[in-house]
Design a protein around this ligand. Structure first.
Ligand SMILES: Nc1ncnc2c1ncn2[C@@H]1O[C@H](COP(=O)(O)OP(=O)(O)OP(=O)(O)O)[C@@H](O)[C@H]1O
Length: 227
């Protein structure tokens, strides 16, 4: 489902005399269907950079990243847009939304983009919002003024609305209380059970132990570290 081979990444700092940072070299990683792999490694080791490359936000210097059959390193932008629409979900830590769009629409939108009938999309969105304990009186409001934890839960509801075969999770339990953390861990377990391939960053160690089948330390992908 995710197959990364011999991946390298450099950053060119155009505002600093074109300095080139080599941040990753010879990275290999596979995530199979039904498996959850956790990325570890100290701050700055490259966990987020790797996730952004898989999502197609950062361009690799070389190597390949096959996600549900598409190599995102060489793919055209429209192919990446299609991949994100139906096969690759990404739950980042922060919600980014268009102002004034009601919460229920924010959550239903990924389904509507796939052609799900309006009523069905809203029913699914409502079920997820209820499960994540977002009070119904807030569903018609834009989430822009919600608390950090509420915004994170709206983001999770949106990320889990469509049963993506591949999911990237960036600290999905970061600012949640115990009850909501439990809901999110159950959603992850259910996604694994239906065969999703999941790659995540979990600073919450207990969460990591519970949902991850394997851990991969990205420090091994630091230039010079590869054997
Ligand atoms: N857009 C960018 N431009 C230049 N350098 C970057 C950029 N993004 C990341 N880096 C560099 O790449 C390296 C890896 O950063 P990254 O954010 O992937 O680490 P991380 O393991 O996710 O860290 P943390 O746990 O602190 O979030 C760092 O040295 C960082 O400074």
């Amino acid at each position: 489902m995710i197959r990364i081979e011999n991946l390298s990444k450099t950053f060119t700092l155009h505002n600093q005399a074109g300095a080139v940072l080599r941040v990753m070299e010879g990275a290999n990683l596979t995530v199979e269907a039904g498996e959850c792999v956790g990325l570890t490694g100290q701050s700055g080791a490259g966990k987020s950079t790797l996730m952004r490359m898989i999502h197609g936000n950062y361009l690799a210097a070389s190597g390949s990243i096959r996600v549900a059959g598409l190599d995102v390193v060489t793919a055209q932008p429209r192919q990446i847009i299609a991949l994100r629409r139906d096969r690759l979900g990404y739950v980042s830590q922060f919600l980014r939304v268009v102002p004034r769009v009601p919460t229920i629409e924010v959550v239903a939108e990924p389904l509507r983009r796939l052609g799900t009938p309006e009523a069905e999309a809203r029913t699914r969105a409502a079920a997820l919002l209820a499960r994540l304990n977002i009070p119904e009186r807030l569903w018609g409001l834009s989430p822009t003024t919600f608390s950090g934890g509420e915004q994170q839960r709206v983001n999770i509801a949106r990320g889990f609305a469509h049963p993506f075969p591949v999911l990237l999770l960036d600290e999905p339990t970061a600012s949640l209380d115990a009850a909501n953390r439990e809901v999110v861990l159950s959603l992850i377990e259910e996604a694994k059970a239906r065969g999703a391939a999941i790659l995540g960053i979990f600073h919450d160690e207990a969460a990591r132990v519970r949902v991850c089948d394997r851990l991969v330390d990205v420090t091994g992908f630091t230039p010079g570290a590869a054997a």
